[in-house]
Design a protein around this ligand. Structure first.
Ligand code: FES
Length: 372
């Protein structure tokens, strides 16, 4: 990489939407002076001007149901709005002195003109961050850290001609992003959407679904209110959606539902037409459990909770830990996981034996051993 490219390149993991003079200036500021300092000056001027990481400002918290809300965020520099509908994004929020990271599905269409993104969050009784976001404790103007949108649960462009969506609870959120995108692009094909929720007041985006259903002949929305009508039975698909076997299907909801769907699609030999978001529900608010961490090379051991990063655990135990930024950007803290499990606190991704993990943003998910 030439000097110009090196200066212009964004900080690691920050994907710029396009090259610009601003990128040049910001990259140069970040690279040509001592690490950490220029960015800190930029924060003073505007907290969204960061070359080191993606940030955003919460501009609206809009209730959807009693226990869910849409959060609208205006991302700062370097955010690539060209994500795929159905993908999720990691959000970092600073509460009570520490950063909490969780991932939520994007409900806004990509390249939405007003350069904002939205996520929908359902408060989980055991979920600290989701309850915090939905409960009104996070005012507009709050700065959040953002991880690049990712995930394979995504809608292709153009979409297939026949689609079946099966969702339950907050599993509707990525599908809402897909529906809004197709509607905005004027390319809503033949879509059947089956959604389950306990009662009418638990149906997120209910009015929007009704309006879409009324406006588009080809969009059929079937809402199953499980407290009144019982669970939706996959065996009734032949009546509800006779050509379901021909459709590309996207399913998102609680794991037992997804397991059942997977079995049925496999038995029919059509699982190549099935797209599932297995992490959507478990990922939201997945907390690491903590455990006993062994640092093999240093011969140190320590027991930590799920909120302590493996980097902090190593430092506390006296192990020699490499690190640079401590923020998940520089990658210098990456070490192999010899055994056990760890969890990426930003995305909720589980790491298993043999994988290389970033210790500054990962915590123990049970006992584990690191090659450090
Ligand atoms: S990525 Fe920089 S210390 Fe972990």
């Amino acid at each position: 990489m030439g000097l110009k490219d090196w200066i212009e390149a964004p900080a690691a993991s920050v994907v710029p939407a396009a090259r610009s003079k601003l990128n040049l200036l910001r990259g140069a500021a970040a690279r040509l002076t001592t690490p950490l300092l220029p960015d800190d000056y930029l924060h003073l001027a505007n907290p969204l001007w960061s070359a080191r990481e993606l940030r955003g400002r919460i501009v609206e918290v809009r209730p959807e149901t009693q226990d869910s809300a849409t959060i609208v965020i205006k991302p700062g520099w370097g955010f690539d709005f060209n994500y795929q509908p159905g993908q999720y994004i990691g959000i970092g929020l600073h509460v009570d002195g520490r950063w909490h990271w969780r991932s939520y599905s994007l409900t806004s269409p990509p390249n939405w003109e007003n350069k904002k993104i939205s996520i929908a969050v359902k408060a989980m009784p055991e979920g600290f961050l989701s309850s915090h976001l939905v409960g009104g404790a996070v005012p507009s103007g709050t700065i959040v850290r953002l991880a690049t949108p990712s995930g394979n649960f995504a809608l292709p462009d153009p979409p297939p001609e026949k689609i079946l969506f099966i969702t339950a609870g907050s599993g509707i959120t990525p599908v809402m992003g897909m529906l809004r995108t197709m509607n905005r692009r004027g390319q809503l094909p033949d879509v059947m959407h089956i959604h389950s929720a306990p009662t009418e007041s638990d149906v997120m985006f209910a009015d929007e679904l009704t309006a879409l259903h009324a406006e588009h002949e080809d969009f059929v929305s079937k809402v199953q209110l499980t407290r009144r009508d019982g669970k939706f039975k996959l065996s009734s698909l032949d009546q509800v959606c006779p050509d379901w076997r021909e459709r590309q299907t996207w399913a998102c909801g609680p794991l037992p539902l997804l397991d059942e769907i997977e079995d049925v699609w496999k038995a029919e030999g059509i699982d190549d037409r099935l797209h599932m978001e297995r992490f959507a529900v478990s990922r939201i608010d997945a907390e690491a459990d903590g455990g006993t961490v062994t640092f093999e090379k240093s011969g140190k051991t320590i027991t930590v909770d799920g909120a302590t990063t493996l980097l902090e655990a190593g430092e506390k135990s006296g192990a020699l830990m490499p690190f640079g930024c401590r923020m998940g950007i520089c990658q210098t803290c990456v070490v192999p996981l010899v055994s056990g499990h760890a969890i990426d606190l930003r995305s909720g991704k589980q790491h298993v034996e043999g994988e290389r993990i970033q210790t500054c943003i990962s915590a123990a998910a049970g006992d584990c051993t690191l090659d450090a």
